[in-house]
Write a protein that binds this ligand. Structure first.
Ligand code: APR
Length: 226
């Protein structure tokens, strides 16, 4: 069976990483327009870089949980395309071989000049020279609000051939990811939501299982692979 899975911050919550829209979420502590837009980076690069340095350190200190590991088991039994909105590397550290990061990755830096990407240092500086073109144009390899998600054509293609689309731990507030269930459903996929609470796009799903990811994701995977 061809399965496309989309994960959001909720799958990493029980690993200790903050989600965005909970009452104690990242967007309650920081204004998006101050730390997650190209304009914010142009206005105050150090403030933005400190925000991502903090998140990079938190991700490095976190560990994959049973939900991340369950998706590794799933991939051993089905044709799985794993798409994540998350910028942590917990899927990779759990053992997922190919993770599509549509919003970028905390552990990568890129050059705003030539697009070269490399492993991000723990603490970034906007004046660090690009290791390819030497321009002092370093930025986090993060897709900010107003920018185009990465790998989006490959994601649409995977949604169009999926037999099953599963959203895990995402509130369904940010497009284009919030439109994935509808796109997959229109192309014949059954759509399942695994979440702590029903998402904003709950109407796009055929089935919903609510609960903490470390409980419901392993149980769901076991129900599929026995
Ligand atoms: N288990 C399962 N789901 C959980 C858990 C948990 N332990 N804890 C929280 N959740 C769910 C919440 O119910 C919510 O639906 O995870 C979701 C988190 O929603 P958001 O904080 O909005 O995060 P996400 O959906 O990933 O945000 C999408 O928005 O700000 C941008 O770029 C950012 O990638 C992010 C995107």
């Amino acid at each position: 069976m061809r399965i496309t899975v989309l994960t959001g911050a909720g799958i990493s919550a029980e690993s200790g990483l903050a989600t965005f829209r909970a009452s104690d979420g990242l967007w309650e502590q920081h204004r998006i327009e101050d730390v997650a837009t190209p304009e914010a980076f142009a206005r105050d690069p150090d403030l933005v870089l400190r925000f991502y340095d903090m998140r990079r350190a938190a991700a490095a200190a976190a560990h994959p949980n049973a939900a991340h590991r369950a998706l590794v088991r799933l991939a051993a039994h089905h044709d799985l395309t794993l798409v994540t909105q998350n910028v942590d590397d917990l899927h990779e550290r759990a053992g997922s071989p190919h993770v599509i990061h549509m919003h970028g990755a905390l552990n990568r830096a890129c050059c705003a000049g030539c697009g070269h990407r490399w492993t991000a240092p723990a603490v970034m500086s906007a004046t660090d020279p690009c290791s390819a073109c030497s321009a002092p144009a370093t930025r986090p390899d993060i897709v900010w609000f107003g920018e185009t998600p990465q790998h989006i054509e490959a994601i649409w293609a995977a949604l169009e051939v999926a037999d099953l689309f599963v959203a895990i731990g995402t509130s369904g507030n940010v497009y284009p990811a919030a439109g994935f269930a509808q796109h997959a459903g229109r192309n014949g996929a059954r759509c399942l939501e695994l979440n702590l609470d029903a998402s904003s796009n709950a109407r796009d799903f055929d089935q919903r299982i609510l609960g903490p990811a470390t409980s419901i994701v392993p149980a769901w995977v076991d129900s599929l692979i026995g």
